[in-house]
Design a protein around this ligand. Structure first.
Ligand code: MYA
Ligand code: JJ1
Length: 388
């Protein structure tokens, strides 16, 4: 049933529940000299290209490919619309490899028709810290689907990851593949319910009018937590301590150092927003919340072309109740004109979703590891990892 995935070192469906298999790498590393030195063969009309996202021209090509061909919801009403600035941020973390940003062009026209990326990350799985590639932005142009191009792209990124002496990977997908380490539910909190209903993102509830709905989702003008403010560069050491300590309780989580926190969590306009609570008395940093900006194109609506969505990223509460902290995050997002605030049921998110009027979406997100077996499927709440 999975002609490609059956050949790969990933957990197989037939092995689910077999607790005699050990946790850890499925196959050992091979000597670097035995890693294939040449790229995999593409069908003759196509060629590989290493994409330099720092070049405006290249970044625009990637942006256009994704804008027109990347992930859609199950009814093809919305399509992710990652901004160029977001793509630059997502692909340039500390220690990134430019060889892991891979495109496919048509030889004759040079048109970019496929893309896949990896970035390096230290991920802790239970008690082991594992060097991994996070794989994202796999995309094949709509006109070239179902030609088995994706397996070649996955094999090529795998080869280039191996050349850096890295043997594991983490990735998420909306589709079920062999085999998820965990399955999460998307939740949505309406900030602009009228627009969400007008574009078909949500529906008027039973026995609800538009004005009752608008009232239901109303939020205060300003945040309520004393000492709540935007994160700044000088906060990096304190935020790193706070996050590291918090993430240590989850089964799978990134192992962030100060450089990672500066890259991933320092605010970047229209890309990532981070707020923290500085105790007015002690000036201690006690709480943190963040979200990233990922708009979606609205397909075929007369009145609107984009949905502005915030996605919950990493949140930590030690003093401020998580509920209050996230309510402040909603207030900030509303003030910044986001239409919806999205979150997965990872980490402690379950504890605020219903109370803060999030509703379950029709999408699920499956988490995967490549060449690393875990003994049991994890609950979403055991995951401390958010991929972009
Ligand atoms: S998830 C986002 C994926 N992108 C989209 O959904 C955008 C819209 N869709 C497309 O562009 C295409 O439909 C894609 C497939 C490109 C997804 N992950 O070429 P095909 C398997 C993994 O004929 P196409 C993200 O970016 C499928 O089961 N495999 O199909 C993370 C089948 O294999 P098998 C997938 O539709 C990506 C084969 O591909 C996915 O033209 C992580 C069919 O190929 C998927 N999302 O193209 C990638 N979708 O027969 C894995 C389909 O066995 C990384 N397939 O069932 C693994 C780690 C690598 C590094 C390791 C380092 C050590
Ligand atoms: O956004 C999603 N669903 C929305 C829109 C559904 C439109 C019709 N299919 C949704 N809306 C309901 C909101 C409502 C608000 C008031 C309270 C009740 C709920 O459910 C879904 C997630 O739910 N998104 C997708 O399907 C996009 C793809 C998700 C898989 C992503 C793969 C990621 C790639 C990894 O790198």
């Amino acid at each position: 049933r999975h002609k490609f995935w059956e050949t790969q070192p990933v957990g197989q469906f037939k092995d689910i529940g077999d607790t005699s298999l050990p946790e850890g790498p499925i196959e050992p590393p091979t000597p670097l000299s035995e890693v294939k030195q040449e790229p995999y063969n593409l069908p003759n009309l196509y060629e590989w290209v290493t994409c330099n996202i720092n070049s405006d021209e290249m970044c625009t090509e990637v942006y256009n490919l994704l804008t027109n061909n990347y992930v859609e919801d199950d009814e093809n009403m919305f399509r992710f619309n990652y901004s160029k600035e977001f793509l630059r941020w997502a692909l340039h973390p500390p220690g990134y490899f430019k060889s892991w940003h891979i495109g496919v062009r048509v030889k004759s026209s040079k048109k970019l028709v496929a893309f896949i990326t990896g970035i390096p990350a230290r991920i802790r799985v239970h008690n082991e810290i594992v060097m991994m590639a996070e794989i994202n932005f796999l995309c094949v142009h709509k006109k070239l689907r179902s030609k088995r191009l994706a397996p070649v792209m996955i094999k090529e990124v795998t080869r280039r990851v191996h050349l850096e002496n890295i043997w594991q990977a983490a990735y998420t997908a909306g589709v079920v593949l062999p085999t998820p380490i965990s399955t999460c539910q998307y939740w949505h909190r309406s900030l602009n319910p009228k627009k969400l209903i007008d574009v078909g993102f949500s529906r008027l509830g039973a026995r609800m009018t538009m004005s009752r709905t608008i009232k239901l989702y109303k939020l205060p003008e300003s945040t309520v937590t004393p000492g709540f403010r935007k994160m700044e560069l000088h906060d990096v050491p304190a935020v790193t301590r706070l996050i590291r300590n918090y993430l240590s309780q989850f089964a799978v989580a990134p192992d962030f150092d100060e450089n990672d926190v500066e890259h991933w969590l320092l605010p970047k306009e229209d890309v990532v927003d981070s707020y923290l609570v500085e105790s007015p008395e002690t000036h201690e940093i006690t709480d943190f919340c963040s979200f990233y900006t990922l708009p979606s194109s609205i397909l075929g609506n007369q009145n609107y072309s984009t949905l502005k969505a915030a996605y919950s990223y990493y949140n930590v509460s030690t003093k401020t109740p998580l509920l209050q902290l996230m309510n402040d995050a909603l207030i900030v997002a509303k003030r910044k004109d986001y239409d919806v605030f999205n979150a997965l049921d990872v980490m402690h998110n379950e504890s605020f979703l219903k109370e803060l009027k999030f509703g379950p979406g029709d999408g699920k997100l499956h988490y995967y590891l490549y060449n690393y077996r875990i003994r049991q499927t994890l609950k979403a709440a055991e995951l401390g990892l958010v991929l972009l």
